[in-house]
Design a protein around this ligand. Sequence first.
Ligand code: AMP
Ligand code: MG
Length: 363
Amino acid sequence: MGARIPYGLLAVALLTSAGCRRAAEPAGPVKQSSLAMGTVVSVSVPAAGAADLRKAMAVARNTLLDLEETLSVYKPASEISRLNRAAGRHSVGLSPSTYEVLRAAKQYGELTSGAFDVTVSPLVALWGFRSGQPTAAPVSAGEVQAVLKQVGGEHLILGQRTAYLDREGLSVDLGGIAKGYAVDVVCQRLSAAGIGNVMVDLGGNIRCLGQAEAGRPWRVGVRNPFRRDAILGILQLTGDESVATSGNYERFVVIEGRRYSHIIDPHTGYPARGVAGVTVIASSATAADAAATGLFVLGLERGPAALRGMQRFVKGCAWVPDREPLEIHVTDGFARYFTPLAETAGRVVVLPPPAARQPPAGL
Ligand code: AMP
Ligand code: MG
């Protein structure tokens, strides 16, 4: 028997805008929050543009409501639910946005050697991470092997604006990418509406446009995976940057006293272990979201090598291993944005650049 810790408002603390202002400094950004896509959405704009805040929030809420209707596995009429119901029988036509998310999902699946895999859904259900399941029961190796047969990115076949799951029992869950994608769509619409300085945070999936105040970057705190209200340090983001965190503290099940993360390794069928948190800085929120989930699975052993194939999108990554004492392993790209707190500075390990990690030819 085990207790299930629900996903919820905690998400807003995952990555939170942070900063302490001295009296003489200009007013910081102003922020509004609301609930959307099962989590908290926050929109921040510079104090000087406060008049835009209500409009920006309305754009965000309407966009998220629309996307939830098409992407959520919890909405029986959504395109993803229709795709899942048609598994092994027929393909379904998709709206451009749903098609785009599935195409991106397949791409990140390939870039992470299958560690990111939206067809992991039957395993997510097996391990008790579907809402409405109050407890998680022990899972046997036989059950895992049986359900693994219903998983594999190659079974999601995309046509021209269509998708098909080629076997009965397969299903798709966009929980690892949809929020990032939604943040990108919100930001496109805000830009189109002339709002160029804004930060959107949907449950820890963040995209920052422009700056927080004239000459000041947006500041985003990276949450300490071991201490609910603490951060490890601050990221300074400016222009157009995205950041996402995947963590094992956010949503997990406890089965017979052992904690299992909600991120599943699609190769083994078991919840990924070894990492407490991964934070990714990327050129889009979709990329940050998908890459953080995939790099959580790949961990410190396989993740840094996988980053080589993602250099076009991923600007930096940090892994916090799931062990004491605290260690923060960062790529040199991540280090350029990151200022650790004084008490965590001694815990930062900068990973060697990818080339230095490659063995010499012939070895
Ligand atoms: P995130 O918080 O973005 O890392 O997403 C985690 C969610 O993605 C889980 O709650 C599942 O719905 C789904 N998921 C779990 N494991 C994977 C995986 N290996 N690849 C893609 N999505 C996953
Ligand atoms: Mg993700």
